[in-house]
Design a protein around this ligand. Structure first.
Ligand code: NAD
Length: 496
């Protein structure tokens, strides 16, 4: 069944500043639905004045919002949660329409986003400090957590709904005000959330959204009234733009970057369950996920096991149904745009040039269900005989490409994973607790999967990353986000 599209008539996306929907004076760009390759909305590239107006509004709202009790702030979030549940299907379809992912992937994204709102509702407990009586005779000491002011939240294109919710609910729950900049490729999900924020009764200025690109980001980074930035995107932007400038400006920073995740298969793995997990890991969200499997490492020198495992992987991959994400029968949608498809094709060509064996060619197997142009579609691709020095073995491809390698033993597999510059989410598939523990202990990635292909931390755990996948100390989500968005103040008191 093909579901109805929620976005109709090419709307112009506005900024949400100080509780008002404001038309931008910036240049206007197209928002394109990649499945149909048609324009579904227009988005502004907002100006420096517009980001400054949003920061001004947030700054003005802060003193009253900070004095609003944590319980009252949580009530706004409870109302937002209820509204998101009421609009669950609509906001999920918006994600599919603007991004291309399948409707089931969007529903999963919506659920994960809402879970962060739910966790942030626990702010009266989460924000508590601690105390100790009689640190010296008659003297007590206690720690309180206080909000800091205005925070900037910057999102990537691949999870337009969920990723700003890794941060924003905790920022406002703890008494801060936020300015969110969605990716200009996919601005509609955050527009929908802001409509519901407005309905939920947050005071004007607490939650602002400014659409655009570098001017908005730089406006946030340079603004003395922005206390910190929570950023998710590619490593060059995270490291060279966000982390660097936040350091220069003395701002707090969470900067989550790219990934190259290794999926390590031990010979004792449960083959059937593992292959199913690998399908969603490598090809879910069309490979456009920082938690996607990228390199598949098959351990052991048993050629028979390798061959039968790979035959099964290729057979299962070949059956993936490609098409428009609003068609409920579809298992993999298009890439986000034509340029991203060309970039992935460039990686496929480099794999061939560098001597990898192309086992399944996604350029040729684009059988799209329904009457859609193949502009942004690409079939799943599998390379064998990949080595770590090849581009497809070392760089983030961000598309539906599996690079298969072999390792003699667990030690070699761990060394291979650890030699990569990224460290986001590696996984091992095994029946052995000892091997799993060894892998978990030694591997340098922020998240670790044990018989799990997509290691997405729940909202009450931090979204970690190591090496070139993360720049900062505290992470988004849960307790760590509460710590990030608050300052610890220690009080020592004595009464005479
Ligand atoms: P991107 O870095 O191109 O863009 C991210 C945001 O930064 C966007 O809002 C964009 O407008 C802005 N931006 C881009 N270049 C900029 C510049 N030079 N100056 C100022 N602002 C700039 O990333 P993307 O392509 O939107 O997202 C995909 C990347 O995000 C992948 O590398 C993926 O691995 C990563 N990602 C990481 C995580 C994680 O948790 N570690 C999660 C999702 C995505």
């Amino acid at each position: 069944m093909i579901l109805e599209e929620p976005i109709k008539g090419v709307p112009l996306v506005k900024n949400f500043i100080d509780g008002e929907w404001v038309e931008s004076k910036g240049e206007i760009r197209d928002v394109v639905n990649p499945a149909k390759y048609e324009v579904i909305a227009k988005v502004p590239i907002s100006t420096k004045d517009e980001i400054e107006a949003a920061v001004e509004a947030a700054k003005a709202a802060f003193p009253d919002w900070r004095r609003t009790t944590p319980l009252a702030r949580a009530r706004c979030l409870f109302r937002l949660k209820e509204l998101l549940e009421e609009h669950f299907e609509e906001v999920s379809r918006v994600q599919t329409q603007e991004h291309g992912k399948t409707i089931d992937e969007s529903r999963g994204e919506t659920r994960r986003g809402i879970e962060n709102v739910e966790v942030a509702c626990g702010v009266p407990t989460l924000m508590m400090g601690y105390n100790l009586e009689d640190i010296a005779t008659g003297i007590d000491e206690y720690l309180i957590r206080q909000p800091l002011g205005v925070f900037g939240i910057i999102g990537p294109f691949n999870f337009p709904f969920m990723i700003p919710l890794w941060s924003a609910p905790y920022a406002v729950a703890t008494g801060n005000c936020v300015v969110i900049k969605p990716s200009s490729e996919v601005p509609l999900s955050q527009m929908k959330i802001a409509e519901l924020v407005d309905e939920a009764g947050f005071p004007p200025g607490v939650w602002n959204v400014v659409n655009g690109g570098r001017t908005v980001v730089n406006g946030m980074l340079d603004h003395p009234d922005i206390q910190g930035i929570a950023f998710v995107g590619s490593t060059p932007t995270a490291r060279d733009v966000i982390y660097k400038r936040c350091g220069e400006m003395g701002k707090r920073v969470i900067a989550q970057g790219g990934a190259k995740n290794f999926m390590v298969i031990m010979p004792d793995a449960n083959v059937r369950a593992t292959i199913l997990a690998l399908m969603t890991s490598f090809f879910g969200n069309t490979g456009q996920r920082c938690l996607s499997g990228a390199n598949l490492v098959i351990v052991g020198e048993d050629d028979g096991f390798y061959k039968s495992f790979m035959d099964a992987v290729v057979a299962t991959t070949s059956k993936i149904v490609i098409g428009c994400g609003l068609d409920e029968s579809v298992q993999m949608g298009p890439l986000r745009d034509k340029e991203k498809k060309e970039k992935v094709i460039g990686y496929i060509e480099s794999g061939l040039q560098q001597g990898a064996k192309l086992r399944l060619d996604g350029r040729k197997n684009i059988k799209v269900v329904g009457d859609y142009p193949d502009t942004c579609f690409l079939g799943p691709t599998i390379f064998e005989d990949v080595t770590l020095d090849m581009k497809i073995g070392s760089e983030e491809i961000f598309g539906p490409v599996m690079s298969v390698m072999r390792a003699k033993n667990l030690d070699e597999a761990i060394e291979m994973a650890n030699s990569n510059l990224f460290g986001n989410a590696h996984a091992v598939f095994t029946a052995s607790g000892k091997i799993a523990r060894e892998f978990q202990y030694r591997v340098t990635s922020g998240s670790v999967g044990i018989n799990i292909g997509i290691v997405a931390p729940m909202a009450f755990f931090p979204f970690s990353g190591m090496k070139q996948s993360f720049f900062g100390i505290l992470h988004t989500q849960g307790q760590e986000a509460v710590r990030f968005f608050t300052e610890s103040k220690v009080v020592i008191q004595r009464w005479f």
